[in-house]
Unconditional design. Structure first.
Length: 321
């Protein structure tokens, strides 16, 4: 079968899987898959030595993701000269947790398009997910330099949300992920400045508040770790329980907990990593490192792919002893 025929058949077949849209919630949240296994974790362990396992996709979602990957491969065969071919093949591999392969595809794309801030953005994200934090930071930093003087644009989602509404732009996402990855290496100043830069991007129209609540969550953590409680609480000023969110209710609950509008008892009922990490960081900020470490280790063990923010913070706690 020719690549063109394969692409036609695969595209037609995709319509048979439209019912799988409901399963997208498994990976739709901005950071629901913060740390799937990747090249830096080939021994099958997290940074604290706990085991990793295969992402637990439903059969319907796995079938859809595999179909998307097949379409991306056919597109690459037809158009290896296009930047988008590398972007989408790498992203489709990433959605399946194949981060080593994804990084290789993005690297191949950068050999052809060395000044592509888009390829650097996605390679950086996949490097971070495989715990190669310094390499990811280098990619994000270079991409932001390449974007100087370039018109920003909305970044297409590989897994569309309920309203098919992109929530972030290339520049805002570069700032956001540079900031978040800086947390991993203990650079809390860049965590704060990067989140502030992301929030200030003029093209970032965020009527749902999804990006805003994620940034507020991390800004609170960053300011708190820098010892500025006033700035930490000021970062939460725009957060309220009535925001019409599409994806990031986990971040909203975390931010409302930091704000004092959700009690510790209420937060205990939410098993998600973002909510549990908020509880752990509250203990950490209050100086209860033993409780923070215990909860963070539970978060890491509960996820098939671990959870790198908790892993890196555990390492810092242990280093302080």
């Amino acid at each position: 079968m020719t690549a063109l025929r394969a692409l036609t058949v695969l595209t037609a077949s995709a319509f048979a899987l439209m019912s799988a849209q409901a399963a997208h919630g498994q990976i739709a949240d901005r950071d629901a898959a913060l740390a799937p296994p990747g090249e830096a974790l080939r021994d099958g362990q997290t940074l604290i030595g706990t085991p990793l396992s295969e992402p637990g996709f439903s059969p319907e979602l796995r079938a859809e993701l595999e179909l998307d990957l097949a379409i991306a491969r056919a597109t690459m065969e037809l158009a290896p000269h296009r930047e988008d071919s590398y972007i989408w093949l790498g992203r489709r591999l990433g959605y399946l947790g194949r981060f080593e392969d994804a990084v290789e595809v993005f690297t191949q794309g950068l050999e052809r398009f060395p000044d592509s801030y888009k390829l650097l953005r996605f390679r950086g994200r996949h490097l971070a997910r495989s715990r190669q934090f310094e390499a990811a930071i280098a990619d994000y930093t270079r991409a932001l330099t390449l974007m100087e003087g370039v018109q920003d644009s909305f970044e297409p989602d590989g897994i569309a949300n309920l309203y098919n509404l992109p929530l972030g732009t290339y520049r805002s996402n570069l700032h956001y992920y540079l900031a978040q990855t800086s947390f991993a290496v203990g650079d809390f100043e860049t965590l704060v400045s990067g989140m502030e830069a992301a929030r200030a991007e003029p093209l970032l129209m965020d009527p749902t508040g999804d990006m805003g609540v994620a940034m507020a969550y991390w800004l609170y953590i960053g300011h708190s770790l820098l010892g500025d409680a006033e700035a930490a609480h000021a970062a939460l000023a725009g957060v309220n329980a009535d925001l019409p969110l599409i994806e990031n209710r986990n971040y909203l609950r975390g931010a409302l907990f930091f704000k004092g509008e959700i009690s510790r008892e209420e937060m205990e009922a939410y098993p998600g990593a973002i909510e549990q990490f908020a509880l752990a960081m509250a203990d950490r900020i209050a100086g209860d490192n033993a409780a923070a470490e215990t909860r963070m280790e539970a978060i890491v063990r509960a996820g098939a792919s671990g959870f790198w923010p908790a892993e890196t913070e555990i390492l810092r706690i242990r280093a302080e002893r």
